[in-house]
Design a protein around this ligand. Structure first.
Ligand SMILES: [Ca+2]
Length: 421
């Protein structure tokens, strides 16, 4: 009943711009049965300004229909005869034709008299002359924008990729476990699109920009279940060649793909620039590749770390060993200690190839408790997630006793490959 009443009131307003349309007195209508109920009666004690809690289209919405309804949702019931909404395109006001209130006069709805131009950027202004039932106005006008659907269907584009467009020093070779005793090489590339794609189309083309004489390689990717992300595993082109050469420029052409609605890839979008993912490889990292051999093929040696610096803690210092360390609980996190004994005769660089980023403190306990400088950095991405981080420090000669303090950590277990150089 109330909705019908509000619509009847507004029918007397010629245009949607409601300024001057002051027909909010219920006694004006012959329909006595539609008087507001107690819940919409003015509250004499209300001095708070109403606020806008939402709009349709939402601010910065794209691909909005040209004949969209514009709605403004308020925080409380409003006077139905007040309020101005303006819609402008390129600085020119658009006439609004039809309007009404809904949801006990909390939601104002309006329709442009004519469809908005394709591709237009519309500016909507909600003026402060909207009033709640106690006569409080909006504290400030609200302005937002939306973009009308263009005449040409939207083309899909890449929003994220690995490697990123234009990336340099890209790891050219990644290792994975081929079977129980051997590793294989590949390079995995992923591309994520802004809209679902046609998963029947999976082919992309890899070109060697540095050596164009090399034949382009047609590769088949695999789509994620949502059709947004294509994963392309680049294999060795021949059994004696790596998946990608070192310090070499490549371009991966994805223009053979289509959106689920059949649109070709946008070759002008900034994501890839030309519909091709361009990147340059760096050098391989022999040390990480070696450590990956142990991390992927060895069963971890289980070790429970000591619970305090003064109690027993086990050794984790055999070169090429792959350790699976369990850290004792320490309150709500985990923390533990292991030992490294340095070489008797020479200084060594000691490296731990970790499967996570974790604070590690190295202390020399031989004749005190001196802090040993160490670095923790992301490891070259050769066999993620088996190896993600690299801890390095110098082990001074002389059979010195070093204590590694792991944590505080959020996970109880970690793995690392231990190496001495
Ligand atoms: Ca590109």
């Amino acid at each position: 009943m109330r909705l019908a009443h509000a619509t009847a009131l507004l029918a007397t307003c010629a245009a949607l711009v409601l300024t001057g349309c002051d027909n909010d007195d219920p006694s004006d209508t012959p329909d006595a049965g539609s008087l507001p109920d107690a819940g919409t009666q003015p509250d004499a004690g209300d001095t708070a300004a109403p606020t806008v809690t939402g709009t349709t289209p939402a601010a910065d919405a794209a691909h909005v229909a040209a004949d969209t309804t514009i709605t403004v949702r308020f925080s409380e019931p409003m006077k139905s005869g007040r309020g101005t909404v303006r819609v402008a395109v390129d600085g020119a006001q658009r006439t609004l034709g039809d309007s009404h209130w809904m949801e006990e006069q909390r939601v104002f709805m309006a329709h442009p008299a004519e469809a908005l131009p394709p591709g237009a950027r519309a500016e909507v202004t909600v003026e402060t002359d909207f009033e709640d039932l106690s006569g409080n106005r909006l504290a400030s006008p609200l302005t937002f924008h939306f973009t009308v659907h263009g005449t040409a269907p939207a083309k899909p584009h890449v929003t994220e990729s690995s490697p990123a467009e234009g990336a340099t020093s890209v790891m050219p070779v990644e290792l994975y476990k081929a079977d129980a005793t051997s590793l294989a090489q590949r390079k995995v590339v992923t591309l994520t699109f802004n809209e679902p794609m046609d998963i029947a189309l999976t082919q992309v083309t890899l070109r060697d920009v540095t050596t164009p004489a090399n034949a382009p390689r047609t590769l088949a990717g695999t789509w994620s279940s949502d059709g947004l992300t294509l994963t392309v595993a680049i294999p060795r082109p021949e059994s004696d060649l790596p998946p990608l050469e070192q310090e070499n420029q490549y371009t991966l052409d994805v223009t053979g793909l289509r959106s689920a609605t059949g649109q070709s890839v946008d070759t002008a979008h900034a994501g890839l620039g030309d519909g091709k993912l361009d990147f340059t490889t760096g050098r391989r990292d022999a040390n990480v590749e070696h450590a990956c051999l142990h991390a992927l093929l060895n069963a971890p040696q289980a070790v429970t770390a000591g619970s305090s610096p003064t109690s027993f803690y086990p050794a984790t210092d055999s070169a090429h060993a792959f350790y699976g360390v369990t850290l004792p609980a320490d309150g709500t996190s985990f923390r533990g200690y292991t030992e490294v004994v340095t070489d008797p005769d020479r200084d060594q660089t000691i490296a731990l190839y970790l499967n996570q980023s974790i604070p590690v403190e190295v202390r020399d306990t031989t004749d005190g408790d001196a802090l040993v400088a160490s670095t923790l950095e992301p490891a070259a991405p050769v066999c993620v997630p088996a190896i993600t981080h690299l801890l390095k420090f110098t082990g001074a000669s002389g059979d010195r006793f070093l204590r590694l303090g792991f944590g505080p950590a959020s996970h109880e277990t970690l793995t690392f490959v231990f190496e001495r150089y």
